[in-house]
Ligand binder design. Structure first.
Ligand SMILES: [Fe+2]
Length: 178
């Protein structure tokens, strides 16, 4: 992010020098979230098999939630005087991860891959929270809220992958007749 991309008006109390750090962090988050949004829709369209309708609808709701996150991140970049790079070309040029590689496949295959996608996005968000906390508490606050939402979505994905073997020792949940 160069200084030409930072407009003259930056939020009160945040100098352009300090603004460039959260703008750079947020641009990384914007790419990660735009990619996750498209990936969730891709899986929503192409999964088949057990629990189809439940997973199909779950992923649509999660995509909607991530789309809201992209908007909040992009508008925070603009608020800080930066340029929110939202094009597919910029995303592909600047991302450090491989494209989602699964087409038509069982729900469990997509859910396992999405679990890994969430892990990557959550780890990046957690790192950005740590760095942004040094200079820019409003960005830190935004990212902490998104971290909480992403972790909840990952829990919902993982709950579909859990089996009886995951239950704690001594659990009576597998017994019937109750
Ligand atoms: Fe749909």
């Amino acid at each position: 992010m160069n200084t030409q991309q930072l407009a003259a008006s930056v939020v009160q109390g945040v100098s352009p020098g300090h603004a460039s750090t959260p703008v750079g962090l947020l641009q990384g988050r914007l790419h990660a979230l735009n990619d996750l949004y498209l990936t969730l829709k891709h899986a929503h369209w192409n999964l088949v098999g057990p629990n189809f309708i439940a997973v199909h609808e779950l992923l649509d709701a999660q995509a909607d939630a991530v789309r809201v996150m992209t908007d909040d991140v992009a508008e925070r970049i603009a608020t800080l005087g930066g340029v929110a790079q939202g094009t597919a070309g910029a995303l592909v040029a600047e991302r450090a991860w491989d494209d989602y590689g699964i087409g038509r496949a069982d729900t469990s295959i997509h859910l396992s891959a999405l679990d890994a996608s969430y892990t990557r996005v959550i780890e990046g968000t957690r790192e950005a929270v740590t760095v942004s906390g040094v200079n820019e508490p409003a960005t830190e606050d935004l990212l902490i809220g998104q971290l909480r939402g992403l972790e909840k979505s990952q829990w919902l994905v993982r709950a579909h992958l859990a089996t009886g073997a995951d239950r704690p020792a001594g659990s009576t949940a597998a017994k019937s007749g109750g």
